[in-house]
Design a binder for this molecule. Structure first.
Ligand SMILES: [Zn+2]
Ligand SMILES: [Zn+2]
Length: 371
């Protein structure tokens, strides 16, 4: 089964008469945009899947012709199966396609620094209003003693014989996409192009040292549990001038026993006693932005819902807020004194069908619970 029924030309943003070169260029451009290390879009993996599938089809003249004439159905009957990708190794796939030069770093062992994962916990009320957190993490920074070169100051640095100082070696490999030449990192010098005789005392030759760092992170209002905030360029230092990685701060929103969150809405329950529900009452109800008083009419039923518009969470990076839905629970007495029992029995004797007759709006109210 294809993962998408969308038009492949549309997905790549090319005209139907696009040349093979144009298709390749469009694919490379999109792949850069959608790389999970780069893209902030939550659906970038899905979109990347689609784009790869489109490229798989349109970059192959036979498949492309089949698709042009018969569309998705034609491909299926032609036995086409889109590749299934393990996104754990997406960066492998990328380097298979593009070498390590995808982001234009390339050059003598210059590589982008690794990303760092950090995690913070916030309360639901903080998610509603937005908050700040100091996030501590360990980060590799260039060693000052050797200026990031790894050699003890004053000792020689020689050119690597394996790669001739280039830091890169070429390998030919095969994949589902056919044969291609891949430029890889030199195994002898690990891409630096140079060899060190006496490693720097400070960093042991790594050229980098680990530093404790704390950054204040702004957590936007409306953030959802598990979302990540990217701090661009705050990750580990790159090698030989490569740009630093990013820090991804995963935000965990602690559950709040008073509220159940669903998207930007929250649900709460309010307990009314049998008599409060029958006689009507005013009770205090917690919201994300403080307590409010809610008045319930006489004859309030269990399961009724009150919608407090705008009392939910704000839409992340958008406009408006969700609602709070307050669900009425009626608690029934569990232990009665002799006198209470007598009074309830007396009440029961006086009650008739009319006592329990539903008002016209009851079912309308009930319906709002399921909206
Ligand atoms: Zn050093
Ligand atoms: Zn080398």
């Amino acid at each position: 089964m294809a993962t998408t029924e969308r038009d492949y030309y549309e997905l790549l943003g090319v005209p139907r008469n696009a040349s093979a070169d144009e298709i390749k260029r469009a694919f490379r451009r999109l792949a850069r945009e959608l790389h999970p290390d780069v893209s902030r879009e939550p659906d970038s993996e899905q979109r990347f899947r689609e784009v790869v599938e489109a490229y798989e089809v349109l970059s192959n003249s036979e498949r492309r012709e089949l698709y042009d004439r018969f569309g998705h159905a034609g491909l299926r009957s032609g036995g086409f199966q889109p590749g299934s990708f393990d996104f754990g190794s997406l960066s492998d796939l990328f380097s298979a396609f593009f070498g390590d030069d995808l982001f234009g770093v390339g050059g003598r062992g210059r590589a982008r620094g690794a990303d760092i994962a950090a995690r913070v916990e916030i309360e639901l009320t903080e998610a509603a209003g937005g908050t700040k957190r100091d996030v501590p993490f360990e980060v590799a920074v260039p060693c000052e003693r050797c200026d990031g070169k790894g050699a003890e100051p004053g000792t020689p640095i020689t050119t690597c014989a394996t790669c001739g100082g280039n830091g890169r070696v070429q390998q030919v490999s095969r994949s589902v996409f056919g044969e291609f030449v891949r430029t890889g990192t030199c195994p002898t010098c690990s891409g630096s192009g140079t060899l060190i005789e006496q490693p720097c005392e400070q960093c042991g030759g790594a050229g980098r040292v680990i530093e404790q760092r704390t950054l204040e992170v702004e957590i936007p209002a409306g953030i959802h549990d598990g979302q990540r905030i990217r701090l661009s360029g705050e990750g580990h230092t790159g090698t030989l001038g490569g740009r630093a990685g990013d820090v991804y701060v995963e935000v965990h929103v602690r559950p709040d026993e008073r509220f159940v969150r669903e998207g930007n809405d929250v649900y709460t329950t309010v307990d009314l006693t049998l008599t409060q529900a029958a006689l009507g009452t005013t009770v205090t109800v917690p919201t994300l932005t403080g307590d409010v008083e809610l008045t319930f009419d006489p004859g309030t039923q269990p399961g009724e819902t009150r919608v407090l518009r705008g009392r939910g969470l704000p839409v992340l990076q958008g406009f408006g807020r969700g609602s709070q839905r307050v669900l009425v629970n009626v608690v029934v007495p569990r232990r009665l004194t002799e006198e209470q029992r007598r009074l309830l029995e007396q009440f029961e004797d006086l009650a008739d069908a009319e006592t329990y007759e539903a008002g016209e709006s009851f079912f309308d109210k009930l319906k709002s619970a399921f909206r």
